[in-house]
Write a protein that binds this ligand. Sequence first.
Ligand code: SF4
Length: 321
Amino acid sequence: MATLLEVKNLVKHYRSGKSRVHAVNGVSLELTKGEVLGVVGESGCGKTTLGLLITRLVKSDSGDIVFEGNDITHLSQRTLRPLRAKIQMIFQDPYASLNPRMRAGEIIEEPLIIHKRGNTHQRHDQVMELLDLVGLSPNDYNKYPHEFSGGQRQRIGIARAIALKPDLIIADEPVSALDVSIQGEIINLLKNLQKKFNLTYIFISHDLKVVSQISDRIAVMYLGKIVELFPAEKLSFARHPYTQALLTSVPLPDPKRKKEYKPLGGDVPSPVQLPTGCLFHPRCPYREEVCVNVEPQLESHGPNDLASCHLTHKVPKEIPI
Ligand code: SF4
């Protein structure tokens, strides 16, 4: 399979007064065409910043972003313009991401106009086709965002994102602002579109259950780093204590879990002052002295299966899900 995206040792720190916030701290990953990579972690783990760095909406401090074989890390905004059509984003908040003064049809058509695709008649037909593809009706063309429900607004955002037939879509928490019943519908829509057009997604969410419903592989981030990267079908065999803690925090009525697995305690440490050794050690129930002093590196545990933990032999082999 062809590699679409390669991210190498990407770093982004923000200045906050005299302090330095370690938002993304050396992330490397590869994505093949037609693949769905889920990126999961608690709030503040750097997953949204990672998405913004890959789209070049935010500039990295160091590291490389190679897209379709071309290094795009340092391209100027002008040179980046054609690339903007190839990488699109779906945002978390469908209320905030749509211009309230534009009609749905105009919102979906806007990227086609910016990138000079087709004439007025062709663009109109294409918008009608896109409305149908995302499950909206032709009558919705002339409606304003406030006339739609949250789920319908996210359908408009999705139609806009796929209008230019992008190679990569970065969906940042695309369902977290929606009711649970609607979340499933939007995930199914994204899955169907992915299959139909062989789209490639980076699907960012704080919710491991949501991520596992759509992803081929899952990257787990903690304090700006990937701590585990594995095939989604091996979810219950995740070996990093943080991933296991995220898994066991999914509310399922399984009394066995309460006895065997310790819930994730405490808050994520400040990204200004990172812990020594393993970033997860202040919250890890398995930690030993080595964890406090030596930073574990991502190590291979099988094909497409990486984890950074000194003591994977100590953690449960399988978490029932
Ligand atoms: Fe826990 Fe140690 Fe593994 Fe870090 S290296 S996750 S502290 S067991």
